[in-house]
Design a protein around this ligand. Sequence first.
Ligand SMILES: Cc1ncc(COP(=O)(O)O)c(C=O)c1O
Length: 404
Amino acid sequence: MPERTSAKNLSKMDRDRLDHLYEHLQKISPRTIGYPCNQAWDYSELFRFLEFSINNVGDPYEGSNYRLNTHEFECEVLDKFSDYTKADKSDFWGYVTTGGTEGNMYGLYLARELYPQGVVYFSEDTHYSVAKILRLQHTRNIMLKSQENGEMDYDDLRESVRLNRDAPPIVFANIGTTMKGAVDNLDKIREVMREFVIPNYYIHCDAALSGMILPFLDNPPPWTFADGADSISISGHKMIGGPLPCGLALARKQYVDRVARSVEYVGVLDTTITGSRSAFAPLMLWYALRTLKDEGLENNAKHSLAMARYAVARFNEKGVPAWRNTNSVTVVFPHPAKSVMEKWVVAPNRGIGHLVALPHMNEALIDSFIDDYCEARSDEPVDERRIPGSKDPRRGSTSNAGLI
Ligand SMILES: Cc1ncc(COP(=O)(O)O)c(C=O)c1O
């Protein structure tokens, strides 16, 4: 007889392990403040769809022989994101990915197919996965210096493009860097292209977290298709939040048509990077967009920014040189003491730590973290050379533009 998974077959020991895991997650999830994962969500209405072996294999727009899918919902999600990213609807395409990394890989893949001899320019503050993607894709690339606030050093971009004028530039722009929430300016990038009269270039925007904040602000920096992006990656589990990592790869359709291949076995157009894809993640995003609506998403963005402002003010009152970039919910401070790292889930990097203010956070949570941080700080000496804004011999003099 074939068997199926069943709770009644679970040993006492295995059941205890699951219980322990559950308790552990319950305990640390409220103290997870250093990673961009909104925890204010409830998808219980969707649990019944976990009864089915659903799968969104293939191009969401083209139909599939595998009819247990949520392509229709996925297309509605994409349509909404075409609005947020100011796309030309007649030249727009996208799909729901496993996360921000896949969206970045997709953008760089399209760029490489378009310009096989192209050179990718990305700043040293770019997410660590991008160097790996470039290795995988065997694409020529140059890492640029960053300014102290985490934004690309445009002088370094200009000089690097000048030295490689024979190769089409593929610029990987951070729309909110991982550690400092800095936004690379598309106008300045395009200015460099104009200066050297470069007709063929490509801009990919990594808007992992900020892609669901900037659409709801009054004066966002340039980052959309209307501002010159050729492809954009946004994470779904970050600002929107949810239990499944997911994201969106968005691109100009004319570039996607160049890589499309038809596959008879599944009756789909093979435009995506992975074959089988989650059908639950698009449903989750659809549910979030339908229940929060634009007003809810705007409230969440504004609440998060208010919490970030609050955190900077509280840190500064206590003499800690914390800061954040304009429009960013990422609050940067000197590396926390070991005891703080043990109690709280904080992401450290090159002498700094950060707190990512998100919809589920409130003043009490931030106060509690800052109290622990300051208490531990008075116990352990801080290496002043590693504090952002203080003289750091490794970085030379850079502009502080955009710092708050
Ligand atoms: C700026 C940036 N890009 C890309 C990623 C990778 O996204 P994901 O973890 O969704 O693959 C992250 C993750 O934190 C990020 O901060």
